[in-house]
Design a protein around this ligand. Structure first.
Ligand code: URA
Length: 208
């Protein structure tokens, strides 16, 4: 399967469904995910803002600039990860997305996650966090790796503050940066975990 081709098809499908989606009055209102389809790291934000809906790219406004700068600084260039949103059209006045809006975009986001098949999902802010970790407080869990069962499969989820919150508070910005600095180490740890699993599987095969 060519993931890039399948993602392209998914984006087409989303555009063809625009009239059934909330918030969208035309195809070009949709802001798709972008990045490296082969990445190990997928980031999920909330919804596009003004600049995102003009450029039709996720996280290109003020908070996006902070996010992209921090990604580069920790050795994860933005073009080497996948960046997306739970809601793919800008809500009016940048208000919070409603549960109905999140639900309407959910099948597309779920398929996007399945196609990218990342090793780790970084949620940005409480709305995308709640997709995997309901009933937790971001102030208590940010920057901590969670292994969850999602749609019948194990998934590593790292909840992070939304970069817009980092623009409003120096303390949050410091946590946001410190949390991102953990990701390269986590990727090494995950690789070691897989190596251990592989070794175990090989030993099991000899026994049988
Ligand atoms: N905030 C988000 O959550 N997503 C974007 O794409 C831009 C700002």
């Amino acid at each position: 399967m060519d993931v890039a081709v399948e993602l392209e098809k998914l984006q087409q499908e989303l555009e063809n469904s625009f009239s059934k989606l909330p918030l969208a009055s035309k195809k070009t209102d949709l802001v798709h995910g972008e990045g490296d389809p082969q990445t190990k790291v997928m980031l999920i934000g909330e919804a596009p803002g003004y600049h995102e809906s003009v450029e039709r790219r996720p996280f290109v406004g003020r908070s996006g600039k902070l996010l992209r700068k921090v990604l580069k600084e920790v050795g994860l260039p933005p073009e080497k990860v996948w960046i997306s949103n739970i809601v793919k059209v800008r809500p009016p006045e940048n208000r919070d997305p409603t549960p109905e809006e999140i639900l309407a975009f959910r099948p597309f986001l779920n398929r996007e996650i399945e196609l990218i098949d990342p090793e780790i999902i970084v949620t940005l802010g409480r709305f995308s966090m709640a997709k995997f970790l309901p009933d937790v407080k971001i102030s208590q869990v940010h920057g901590r790796l969670h292994k969850v069962q999602w749609e019948g499969r194990p998934m590593y989820v790292m909840p992070m503050y939304h970069p817009a919150a980092g623009l409003r508070s120096t303390q949050v910005k410091e946590s946001f940066i410190a949390d991102f600095q953990k990701i390269p180490k986590i990727l090494v740890w995950l690789k070691d975990q897989q190596a251990v699993k592989k070794t175990k599987a090989e030993i099991e095969e000899i026994l049988f």
